[in-house]
Design a protein around this ligand. Structure first.
Ligand SMILES: Cc1cc2nc3c(=O)[nH]c(=O)nc-3n(C[C@H](O)[C@H](O)[C@H](O)COP(=O)(O)OP(=O)(O)OC[C@H]3O[C@@H](n4cnc5c(N)ncnc54)[C@H](O)[C@@H]3O)c2cc1C
Length: 382
């Protein structure tokens, strides 16, 4: 019987959801991926289709327009895209933006935005990083200045996922520039007909080619005071911190699923490719490499699943979530590299899944908090 990497958290209902989503991914996402990779974004239509079919905000309660599921459903979305190297829709960022609203927004903010995010009418983005502030987020300079019952936002952001297609951006801003963490607030900016807002370059990345990663410019963008998340200034940093385990687990589950997808594709490839009168799969080196990879996936599955279970029970601490992100993203890099080698020159071609995965995998060690920052978080908890 072939090796199977079963999830501890799967069940009949989650399996059915996975099948529906996988069908959507195969039928409506995969066929357009090459075009999206050349264009640099997937377009609004795909987001709207996903929303129409109930595949967005899957873990947001139904009363706010979501599908009423939990982290397992969210994980399934990421897994099925990651195992096929379809990284164009940054559903993770979209869902994290929805979570900020759900967990910290006023009822009015939830009512205004969550149903539209769930329908894909608005694509969500989170704008933290600036040219001068990445890992050191507290050094950010984007300013939201209170003027009467409005805020005027001025600043520049970079590397923003979904930045080109975004209809709603959570802009991490300073409401009190004299403070570091306590001066940070999250502002909700609707991009349509928004004077002073501008999308800059769609950035030319080495991987995740179909995902729109953009520069954003804010020049005296005014929003009503009700667009301050939670309507209390200076809470932004803590609101961001609160959702970090969720965010890091999305990267962790995606990285492990990418390893599984790469392993399955490589097994198929080495069984049919011949050299020296035998299948590549029959060389001892190939068999040992695949045995090592299968072992890493099996061990990783046990750890990642235990983290998923803890997250579902609301018991996942920041350091363990950081371990999941750190371990899975490092393992993904190593494993995909080893598996690419077994493809020979074909592995270096974009038309092969493994080649696209190789380039896509590199970012997982950098975003969502660079892995050096993960080690800091873990070390502080020792
Ligand atoms: C494709 C892509 C998508 C992204 N999406 C988003 C998004 O949607 N929203 C958003 O806000 N940002 C996004 N980012 C930005 C990403 O989160 C940052 O790139 C990341 O946090 C690192 O910041 P930086 O690039 O400024 O690197 P720096 O902070 O300059 O780090 C450079 C190096 O120094 C190391 N370093 C920094 N501080 C320490 C320390 N204290 N100890 C040890 N080493 C340290 C880092 O680990 C890294 O290796 C994205 C980036 C990319 C490339």
């Amino acid at each position: 019987m072939p090796l199977e990497f079963k999830r501890s958290w799967n069940g009949e209902e989650v399996d059915a959801f996975r099948n529906n989503w996988a069908r959507f991914v195969e039928a409506e996402m995969a066929p357009h991926d090459e075009e999206a990779r050349h264009r640099g974004h997937v377009g609004h239509e795909l987001w709207r289709r996903a929303g129409e079919l109930g595949f967005l905000c899957v873990d947001i309660p139904e009363e706010w327009g979501g599908a009423g599921g939990d982290f397992r459903h969210e994980a399934v979305l990421h897994e099925e895209m990651a195992r096929r190297a379809l990284g164009g829709m940054s559903i993770g960022v979209h869902s994290i933006a929805a979570h900020y609203l759900l967990n910290h927004g006023t009822d009015d903010q939830k009512r205004r935005y969550l149903p539209r995010l769930a329908k894909g009418e608005l694509v969500g983005a989170i704008a933290m990083t600036e040219p001068g502030a990445g890992s050191d987020l507290q050094a950010l300079r984007t300013r939201a200045e209170k003027r009467g019952n409005q805020y005027a936002i001025t600043g520049q952001k970079t590397f923003i996922s979904n930045g080109y297609l975004a209809g709603l951006i959570v802009v991490v801003s300073k409401t009190d520039p004299a403070e570091r963490a306590r001066g940070i607030s999250l502002m909700l900016v609707e991009t349509q007909d928004c004077p002073g807002f501008r999308v800059g370059r769609l950035l030319d990345k080495i991987g995740k080619k179909s995902q729109d990663t953009a520069e954003l410019f804010f020049d005296e963008v005014t929003v009503p005071a009700e667009n301050l998340l939670g309507e209390v200034e200076g809470k932004g940093f803590y609101q961001l911190m609160d959702d970090l385990p969720y965010e890091r687990m999305l990267i962790g589950v995606g990285a492990l699923a990418a390893m599984e997808g790469a392993y399955a594709a490589t097994l198929d490839y080495v069984r049919q490719r011949q050299a020296f009168g035998q299948a590549i799969a029959d060389f001892q080196n190939t068999r040992f490499k695949l045995a090592e990879v299968a072992t890493q996936i099996a061990v990783g599955r046990a750890f990642i699943d235990s983290c998923v279970e803890k997250l579902l029970a609301n018991e996942l601490d920041a350091a363990t979530a950081a371990m999941a992100k750190l371990w899975a993203s490092e393992a993904e890099g190593r494993v995909v590299d080893e598996l690419l080698q077994l493809h020979g020159g074909y592995g270096y071609m974009n038309e092969f899944l493994i080649g696209r995965m190789y380039a896509d995998a590199r970012i997982a060690r950098i975003y969502g908090g660079a892995n050096e920052i993960m080690k800091e978080v873990i070390a502080r908890a020792l």
